[in-house]
Design a protein around this ligand. Structure first.
Ligand code: C5P
Length: 235
């Protein structure tokens, strides 16, 4: 997938709504169609491939965030199905291991054309204690870098990481790795439940290629204005 050049192409709008109607209303509230929209587990589980078609028909590319984690054969087939839906990006868990990731990367190359696979490293809901309880006795940041490295070596195009890890990931893996980050908050927006936040400009400055933004835009009193304001701040 080509790197975004215009500021508005760096923004992925998170469609964190339960159904297609809600997603379309959200798009209406933004005025112009975003370059990219993220469909996650809630919306996809409820609506299936039709919601992907509905969003694409509005002129937005789709980031299908289903975080695949299974045996290599199953994940490779899931990637093939995602490619068949014509999505631009999809996610898998790096903790599925290198064989799984290589199978996924091969499937994307064969079937997906331009499909960008993104590895999720350590979920931000996991702290050192949670990790230790699963048998991983290193701090989360060390584990993030370890899994990001594995993903990179396995032919996965990019990673999803928190703003906190953008700098180290970029420094460790260079420009060849695509970086997508959530946890982005303009200075004028409420942080909400996001803890380690960064402004859109700082996240791009630190090396993020795309920013996933939900509530600062979608839950704003004037979503269209909030969207335009973030784009202006990135310009
Ligand atoms: O509303 P907000 O801007 O916080 O939305 C961010 C989006 O990114 C949501 O879809 C959320 O699930 C996702 N996300 C996140 N933090 C992570 C991974 C994903 O906020 N570590």
């Amino acid at each position: 997938m080509k790197l975004p050049s215009r500021p508005q192409d760096k923004i992925i709008i998170a469609l964190d709504v339960p159904d297609t109607d809600g997603a379309l209303r959200l798009l209406d509230s933004l005025g112009e169609a975003p370059s990219l929209c993220k469909i996650g587990l809630e919306l996809f589980t409820a609506e299936g491939p039709n919601v992907v078609k509905a969003i694409k028909s509005r002129g937005s590319a789709v980031f299908l965030d289903l975080k695949f984690h299974d045996i290599p054969n199953t994940v490779a087939h899931a990637v093939r199905s995602a490619a068949g839906l014509g999505v631009a990006m999809t996610t898998l868990h790096a903790s599925g291991g290198p064989v799984m990731m290589e199978a996924a990367a091969k499937a994307a190359l064969k079937e997906g054309g331009d499909l960008l696979l993104l590895a999720v490293t350590v979920l931000t809901s996991m702290d050192a204690e949670q990790l230790a309880s699963t048998g991983i006795d290193v701090d989360p940041e060390t584990q993030v870098l370890r899994l990001a490295g594995l993903a990179h070596q396995s032919g996965i195009g990019g990673i999803v990481c928190s703003p906190k890890e953008i700098g180290t990931a970029r420094a460790s893996f260079g420009e060849g790795l695509r970086i997508v980050t959530p946890g982005v908050r303009p200075s004028w927006a409420a942080a909400g439940d996001q803890k380690r936040v960064m402004t859109p400009q700082d996240a791009v400055q630190a090396g993020a290629d795309w920013l996933v933004i939900g509530r600062p835009i979608t839950a704003a009193d004037q979503p269209k204005e909030a969207y335009a304001r973030v784009i202006a701040e990135l310009s």
